[in-house]
Design a protein around this ligand. Sequence first.
Ligand code: PHE
Length: 342
Amino acid sequence: MQQKIEELVSRFKKDIEKAADSQAVENIRIAYLGKKGFVTEILQGMKSLSHEARKEVGKSVNILKADIERQIAQRTEKIKEEQLLKKINESERFDVTLPPNFTQGSYHPITIIQREVEDIFLSMGFTIEDYDEIVDDYHCFEALNIPKHHPARDMQDTYYIENGQLLKTHTSAAQNFIMRKYGAPLRAIFPGRCFRNESTDASHENTFFQMEGIMIDKDISISNLIYFMKTMLTEVFKREVNVRLRPGFFPFVEPGFELDINCLICGGEGCPSCKNSGWLELCPCGMIHPKVLEYGGIDSEEYTGFAFGLGLTRLAMMKYGVKDIRDFNSGNLKALSQFTNI
Ligand code: PHE
């Protein structure tokens, strides 16, 4: 019996060393310790032994069992380690001398252009103002000479929320607040996110950015408006930009205009981008309506002013040649990471 046990020990040692994966170890465990395994076989053979001999053999078998279990556990551990090592070796080795391969983050293109335009206006004596995104009907419409039921309200598809509050449809919503805050004379720009309940396509988004600008002083005229817009655009596009004004209707300006710039792709010759007109529509603007000045607590007899609503999103599309406005809000890193080095 003792001999049988010794034979079993040496056989087990060979078997377990050969086991290459956890399945092979499990098979060995069943073969030795299972219900019909070799150890059980020995235990069954003990029946024919004397009481004394059985005690002896029983002891040896218990030691054998514990030893087998220990070796199985060790082998399982070893296999795990080997597999891990193999995985590490197969994967790329980490070379500490290599420079780190981090993807560089970047500002959003609209932030880039916003800051650029802000810097230009700052240098021309304008202040930068901030305003809420949730506003009331008074600021977004009434104080801008758009009374309730005025057809001009249909121009802007508004997201209404509770208690007469709404998402601002244009940055003009801050005009009254800023006029009341500072009074005249006044030069301010106020960039902001605007919302309109529009169906989206390549050139329409329900969320977009504008930058409003107002300048109020004695004797401000359309030529001041043209001068500031031309200077700003020439700086943004880093080349001479021609502008023209076409009549445009907005209840809060009189007269109101659409400001166009000469197409930067064809230089004004006419191409598909400008629909062969040589001009691109960029920015609605005009002379602030006297009523709007009065709503803002400014004497319209003494002061005049201009206002513009620059489409920052639109400007970014033009400057960077972005074809689909939806790329800006998509979170598509492939589209946005192109601005890393700007
Ligand atoms: N707020 C207007 C719009 O978004 C644009 C605008 C601003 C027009 C300032 C004139 C003056 O439609």
